[in-house]
Design a protein around this ligand. Structure first.
Ligand code: TYD
Ligand code: MG
Length: 461
């Protein structure tokens, strides 16, 4: 009697254990272990095999002096989507495995189909396990700038073995998988989307990508808390992880490189979801600032840097007396814990009694900002709302706030000041530690350098 080989996997991080565990020793999650059958008895299913199987065994495994290693920058494939090119680090690297993660409905399929339709001169295979050919055709019809010259092929299939069979016949230059959670390999018994299935399918695609130098894009759903659903392990296997994010009630979408073996991991692409597909946004500041010509209390603008680009974003705060016993705290587009820290600083260093107030903070446009340089603008917005005194709409902020209320320097300060100046701001608050290295005469904007939050308040309110 042949016995099925099974293992327990933590569904949250992919940790493997021979027996069931209540708590995952790796990610500390409770009740996440599920038994999965990882191997079929005597499986003799064909798998991906490169047409030529000579190279790897013959190559010498001796250490090589680094200067003697020949290296030629691989020819990257440039897409006609300049945001995507930038986030990838300058186009698609041959043989790379790229994971695109995002919540359902955010636009992953649209982004990838748009790529497939517009890649001139390259045959693309779009494999979908989620939708029918007709559904995909319908989406393609919506996408306006569709320059496909008959080189985009759609395959609705979920078995990796069948997919490889089709790939061998079609010989595409690029393969897109929508989504990795729908695939299954005949080598593994467990259901699609389980840790072992996702891992096996990714491993097979990885081998295929590396052996044929074909770039493969994997779409992956992520759960609410921002993890690529189930296996974190996926992130370690692929070369590049791109996160597609945004608030579904807004039309702006951000494509963020979370990991990139071929470029900077802090790069960012911005899109707007329109009725006719995703449109690149090349000057984000102009759209992220709401049009207003009179100052409002609780609203400030900060000069942030994400990746290599500067964006002016608007922060809004609402501070009001708590209607119920426990004050409410909520932040959209900003880390709530960090907001609570800033509130504690304001309480302690600024003497503001915010402990009994509701505080709501919002970054406009539905985008999420990680740059700490937004701190000062946020603090100013909170106090502006609390005091009901507006901050001039010609004033901008760019500084981090420390635990003792000190105003800290931020990187790329010149770039931030230049962006504020370009968009017509007349005044910018920065840290005095940033000012030292600056040539103030270069700028046509009033630069206010401060060292403590008290100074900012004295100046503004
Ligand atoms: P989709 O790409 O299916 O998201 P995902 O693959 O991440 O689940 O896109 C989802 C939403 O985008 C859907 O609600 C419809 C909307 N959409 C547009 O607004 N305009 C368009 O041109 C397309 C194709 C979709
Ligand atoms: Mg989809």
């Amino acid at each position: 009697v042949s016995k099925l080989k099974t293992t327990y996997f933590c569904q949250s991080c992919g940790y493997q254990s021979p027996k069931w565990l209540g708590k995952c020793p790796s990610c500390s999650a409770w009740n996440t272990f599920v038994e999965e059958i990882i191997e079929k008895p005597n499986a003799s299913i064909p798998n991906w095999k490169a047409p030529t199987t000579t190279t790897s065994t013959q190559r010498s495994q001796k250490p090589q002096e680094i200067n003697s290693i020949a290296y030629n920058e691989q020819q990257r494939i440039l897409t006609n989507d300049s945001e995507l090119n930038r986030v990838l680090g300058g186009g698609i690297v041959p043989g790379s495995l790229v994971l695109i993660g995002g919540e359902p409905g955010i636009g992953k399929s649209t982004l990838m189909l748009q790529l497939a339709l517009n890649l001139k001169g390259h045959r693309v295979l779009y494999v979908s396990g989620e939708e029918s050919d007709q559904q995909i055709k319908m989406r393609a019809e919506r996408i306006e700038e569709n320059s496909s010259k008959g080189e985009c092929f759609i395959l609705t299939e979920t078995s990796t073995q069948n997919i490889f069979k089709q790939i061998e016949e079609l010989e595409p230059r690029i393969v897109i998988i929508d989504s990795i959670q729908t695939l299954y390999s005949a080598h593994i018994e467990s259901t699609p989307g389980s840790v072992s299935q996702v891992r096996e399918c990714t491993a097979e695609l990885l081998r295929f990508a590396k052996e044929t130098a074909t770039p493969v894009f994997l779409i992956g759903h992520i759960t609410k808390d921002g993890m690529i659903a189930g296996p974190k392990i996926l992130e370690h296997m692929v070369d590049t992880v791109l996160q597609f994010e945004g608030d579904r009630h807004y039309s702006y979408r951000i494509l963020r490189a979370v990991k990139n073996r071929f470029g900077s991991a802090s790069e960012l692409g911005i899109y707007e979801m329109q009725g006719s597909g995703l449109r690149e946004v090349s000057n984000p500041s102009e759209i992220l600032l709401s049009q207003r010509d009179e100052p409002l209390s609780g609203v400030t603008v900060s000069a942030t840097v994400e990746g290599a680009r500067t964006m002016l974003v608007e922060t809004q705060a609402l501070v009001s007396h708590s209607a119920y016993g426990t004050p409410q705290r909520s932040a959209t587009g900003y880390d709530t814990r960090r907001m609570n820290m800033l509130l504690a600083v304001l309480e302690k260093r600024g003497g503001f009694k915010l402990g009994v107030k509701d505080v709501f903070v919002n970054i406009t446009g539905g985008i999420r900002i990680e740059d700490p340089a937004i701190d000062l603008g946020l603090v100013a917005a909170i106090i502006s709302s609390n005091e009901d005194i507006p901050v001039s709409y010609k004033t901008c902020f760019a500084a981090e706030v420390g635990l003792s209320g000190e105003i800290r320097a931020v990187n790329r300060i010149e770039q931030r000041i230049a962006e504020a100046e370009k968009l017509g701001f007349e005044q910018i608050f920065i840290s005095k530690y940033n000012q030292k290295a600056l040539d103030l005469k270069r700028f046509n904007i009033e630069i206010v350098s401060v060292g403590k939050i008290e100074e900012v308040f004295n100046y503004l309110f």
